[in-house]
Design a protein around this ligand. Sequence first.
Ligand code: SF4
Length: 333
Amino acid sequence: MSDEVLVKVRDLKMHFQVGRGLSLSKARVRAVDGVSFDIYRGETLGLVGESGCGKSTLGRTILGLYRASGGSVSFGDVDVLSRRGRAMKELRRKMQLIFQDPSASLNSRRTVGQILLEPFIIHGIGTKAERAAAVAELVERVGLSSWHLSRYPHEMSGGQKQRVGIARALALRPGFIVCDEAVSALDVSIQAQIINLLEDLQSDYGLTYLFISHNLSVVHHVSDRVGVMYLGKIVELGSHEDIYRRAFHPYSKALLAAVPVADPERRPEGRMLLAGDVPSPIAPPGGCRFHTRCPSAMEACARIEPELRDLGGGHLVACHLSDEKGKGGATQS
Ligand code: SF4
C-alpha cells in the first residue's frame, strides 16, 4: 500500500426515488448519504455493515454505474461522475466490478471463451490472435484450464464461475476493482481459495480493492483498512488494528461481538448484541442514525449528528462519545 490516493470520495450521495412511473412519490431511499473517504493505491479497503446499509450501492456509485445524487468521486485526477459516453467507457477499463453471484453475472448462453473475449471486442483491443492469446493467459492465471473455454457457466461449479468472473474483471488490466460480496455465495473452503487468488492477483498486478462484505471474518482476512457503514453513512474507518483491536463506535463493537466464536469459553464477556432492525433509509432517524439501537445513546445523540473525527493516525469515528473522552480531532477534509 502506498501513500498515493487512487480513489477520493467526497460527500457522495445516492438517493433513489420510491415508486414507478406516474406513481413516483416524493419519498427517497437515502442508500448512500454523504460519504467521504480515500482509497490508497495498492491497498484493500474492506467495507462492512448489515444488509441494506448501502455498501453495495456505494461501490456501484463510485464506479459510475449509478448516477450519483451528489458529491464527487476522483480516480487519480479523473472526475468519475462527470464522465459520459466514450469517456466513461474508457474509464471502465480501469475500474472494474466482481459480482456476488457468478451464476447471475455470467451470460448462460455464452461459453467461457466467448465471455472472456467480450471485453476485448467491446473496447476494440488486439487482433483475433492477440485476443485468443490474452484469453488463454487469463484462464490460466485464475486457475482454470484451456478446456474450460468451451464450457458454459451452468457446467461449472460456483468457485469456477467466480474465477471466470474474476478473469473477466481482470481482462482489461484495471487498476481498481470493487469486489461486491465476491465470496459470499461460495462454500467456506472455496472462499479461501478465491481470497488467496485475489491476494495473488493484487501483488502481481498492483491492484487496489474495495472489498465489500457483510462478513467481518472475511474482511478481517483481506483488508489493510476497514470502513464500517450504517444506514448510508461511514461510522468508523481505520486500520485493520483500529477496527479489530480498538473499535470505538458502539455499532462496530456490536458487529464484532456478533461474529461467531467456535469456543464458547473464549467468547468475550459483556459483549453487546444488537437489538431491533435497521431503521428505514427512507426516513432515517435524526441526529446519530444509530441512536435508536445504541446502548450508549445520550440525549444529544437524537438531536446532533456526529461528524467523522480523527482519534489519531487516521482512525475516524462518528460518535459523540469521542468528544466526551476528549479525543476529538480534525474532521476529515
Ligand atoms: Fe451511540 Fe450517541 Fe455514539 Fe450514536 S453518537 S453511536 S447514539 S453514543
